[in-house]
Design a protein around this ligand. Sequence first.
Ligand code: NAD
Ligand code: TYD
Length: 339
Amino acid sequence: MTIIVTGGAGFIGGNFIYYQLKHYPQDRIVCLDSLTYAGNLKTLEGAMKSDHFCFVKCDVADREAVFALFEEEKPDIVVNFAAESHVDRSVENPEIFLKTNIMGTQVLMDACRKYGILRFHQVGTDEVYGDLPLDRPDLFFSEDSPLHTSSPYSASKAAADLLVLAYSRTFGLPVSITRCSNNYGPYHFPEKLIPLIITRALADESLPVYGTGENIRDWLYVEDHCSAIDLVMRKGREGEVYNIGAHNERNNLQVVKTILSALGKPESLIRFVKDRPGHDRRYAIDPTKIQNELGWEAQTDFDTGIRKTVQWYLDHQSWWKEILAGDYRDYYAQMYANR
Ligand code: NAD
Ligand code: TYD
């Protein structure tokens, strides 16, 4: 079996490639990634050693290049992780989100239609459902919750999901979609909350918490996300959406304090800063469908996952220090200057 993994030089895609190489050593994995600021070949150093892996630098929205790759590889499965993924960047510059997240998904599916495919799997997000109120802990997102997006990022992901379902219905393309809550774990780019806090706390730098820190996210250890995607793309029903979450809800302040305690750093590093515009209050996933149909359950609770993640960042300082020393420095200065 040949599997094209798009966006595999990023956080979740990279973890997914290691998951596939470990569990299906007979399969061939082709990583297609344009190496934006979030793509990092260092993440794939271990995979590069395998004869069953190859990397192709390519933009998912580049029709000619994508078609040429499909012509050569004739993939059985395509898993689409490639995306602009950071909400704050989508507030600054929405356009690239539309190009990559929507048009890129369309180009990939057009290639799947032309060359034939067993499954096109779209990696989606719970952010397409919008947010839930903080005072209704009884509410959760199900697959039938209405799409109700808040940011240009989530709007672009919702548009992509709708296009995927349209290609299923109109053209009979064998697709599936997973919508996952916030991930954390190894190789997470340090602009996102958890790696940002770990890396800044290690340097005794101030820790920016938006607003009051009461916003809630439903955290999932990345390896659990990989096992869920793997199950759905191989055994999930065609044309279906599956929500993925582990009922690990924490507000941002709790997350930051858990990390500080794991690192033995003081809470005085916390600095409350101006809130994100349109900031979603709470995400919470109901994962009953994937549990009942496919028997999936998350294996990692939040405290264990955070400990493993903190340890990974301690053990892989060169991976993130190189990022912090590059263009990311200007990004941080620019994004947090007026907060
Ligand atoms: P990431 O930003 O870490 O990685 C994205 C990868 O896509 C990078 O390697 C980048 O180089 C590549 N890429 C971007 N534009 C591209 C293009 N035009 N052509 C080819 N490659 C391109 O993102 P992530 O956190 O790993 O997220 C992966 C997917 O999972 C995304 O689709 C995201 O919407 C979804 N998701 C993420 C989370 C999360 O918590 N991180 C939660 C739910 C869903
Ligand atoms: P983030 O990791 O950007 O993921 P998302 O916005 O997709 O959920 O942010 C997670 C939460 O942390 C979100 O409520 C915003 C908040 N946050 C901060 O408080 N400070 C920060 O510096 C960042 C990046 C995020």
